[in-house]
Design a protein around this ligand. Structure first.
Ligand SMILES: *[C@@H]1O[C@H](CO)[C@@H](O)[C@H](O)[C@H]1NC(C)=O
Length: 412
């Protein structure tokens, strides 16, 4: 008996030690980033960045560039309200939610002061909450019609929850947000967008980002396994979250195994989907099957947690990384005083252009090349969750979910 207890004890100690090695150490160093050195932006001699903090472009979590015109679409909020209402990080005080979240357009290639080049889009035909027309924005994707100047905008909308029968507010801290995905239609450069429909479905649980599949279907990430509750607390450690698929008729979960905090998903020019983990920095490369299921065909590793991905005109994929996720986490409570560091990575398939094989170091295994484009200790980059590259001008635009400003960087 004594020896059995002894053995159990030894095994337990061993298990704890192994857990420390693989789980705790991974979380403390790789995920949270304690002790990870961060370069200053000044070490990237070709990169020159400008903070844009006077235009009210706050908390612009997601950005999309209209390649032909250089119009940059941004899903913005206000930093203060995000400390109260950002379901992705468990901030669930619906009373404090933003009432002014909007999509902005910046004409990035025009001349003249930036202030003369910003436009705010008004939503038309959108009921919002009890007729107030409000949105609570997060991820976004836009599809440009190849033949006309029509744009189809998908927006993740974190609505506060209401009892469907009594219409009384429910406690979001208990039931979670009532997150939906909204489809709007607009034309290039217009300052209005017309609501087409709301996607509200059991598969849309904790949506973070959306990506068009074609003009009738899209995929989206659920960043957590549940809206609220204890299982959610373990997502970062044992994995959780899923990727869903919707078309005009229905939505379903397209992948929910072997996934951990999936975030800003994009569709690459190769037709594959790239879904990064904001915990591990692993990017899953997924292929969509005819039966609305995503299967993993490859993966690559970015050496820190990453959030949104974006594709530029050349098909290169850009990712915003969090060198110190623990500081990013602090900024969710205090966006005006905490300036978390950011990094921007670019990756592409090896061999997708012969000269590319020589450039850059590969952390990514055989198929992909990963390059760090810039990094900053929080001086000028905005705790970025989104980095969009204009291949035409070489500029990179950065926004963050909490950041009181956006940043524009010249890279040539
Ligand atoms: C969630 O939003 C949808 C779409 O407006 C609505 O039909 C539904 O009743 C809402 N549910 C809750 C719990 O608020």
């Amino acid at each position: 008996m004594g020896s059995l207890l002894g053995r159990i004890l030894i095994i337990s100690v061993a298990v704890i030690a192994i857990l420390y090695q693989f789980v705790t150490k991974t979380i403390i160093f790789d995920t949270l980033g304690y002790g990870r050195p961060v370069s200053s932006i000044t070490t990237f001699s070709n990169v020159h960045c400008q903070k844009v903090d006077e235009l009210g472009l706050e908390a612009c979590e997601d950005m999309w560039l209209h390649e032909p015109t250089g119009l940059l679409y941004m899903a913005c909020s206000d930093s203060q309200s995000r400390t109260q209402w950002l379901p992705a990080v468990g901030s669930l005080n619906a009373q404090g939610r933003g009432l002014t979240d909007r999509v902005a357009i910046l004409d990035t290639r025009a001349d003249g002061p930036l202030s003369s080049r910003v436009k705010w889009i008004t939503a038309k035909n959108f009921h919002g909450i009890k007729g107030d027309g409000t949105l609570n924005l997060h991820g976004m994707d836009i599809r440009a019609d190849p033949h006309t100047d029509t744009l189809a905008i998908l927006l993740v909308n974190h609505r506060p929850p209401f009892d469907p029968i009594t219409r009384q507010p429910l406690d979001a801290a208990i039931v979670g947000a009532n997150s939906t995905i909204e489809l709007f239609q607009t034309t290039v450069g217009s300052d209005t967008m017309v609501h087409v429909r709301t996607f509200s479905n059991d598969a849309i649980q904790t949506p973070n980002d959306v990506a068009w599949v074609n003009d009738r279907a899209f995929v989206f990430t659920n960043d957590h396994s549940r809206k609220t509750g204890w299982r959610r607390e373990f997502d970062a450690v044992i994995g959780g979250g899923s990727i869903g698929y919707c078309d005009q008729d229905s939505c379903n979960i397209a992948k929910d195994t072997d996934i951990c905090f999936p975030n800003g998903i994009v569709r690459g020019y190769d037709g594959l989907f790239y879904a990064p983990s904001s915990i591990t920095g692993e990017v899953k490369v997924l292929s969509l099957n005819g039966n609305r299921v995503l299967s993993e065909v490859a993966s690559l590793k970015i050496p820190m947690p990453v959030d949104n991905l974006s594709v530029d005109k050349n098909g290169d994929i850009f990712a915003a990384g969090f060198p110190h996720l623990y500081e990013m986490t602090k900024s969710f409570k205090d966006p005006f005083r905490v300036s978390p560091p950011s990094a921007v990575f670019k990756f592409y398939k090896k061999g997708a252009g012969s000269q590319r094989l020589e450039k850059g170091e590969s952390h990514a295994g055989p198929k992909y090349v990963v390059e760090k484009i810039m990094e900053d200790d929080g001086t000028v980059l905005p705790g970025a969750s989104s980095a969009v590259h204009d291949a035409e001008t070489g500029r990179i635009f950065l926004g963050g979910p909490m950041s009181p400003y956006i940043t524009i960087c010249e890279t040539r």
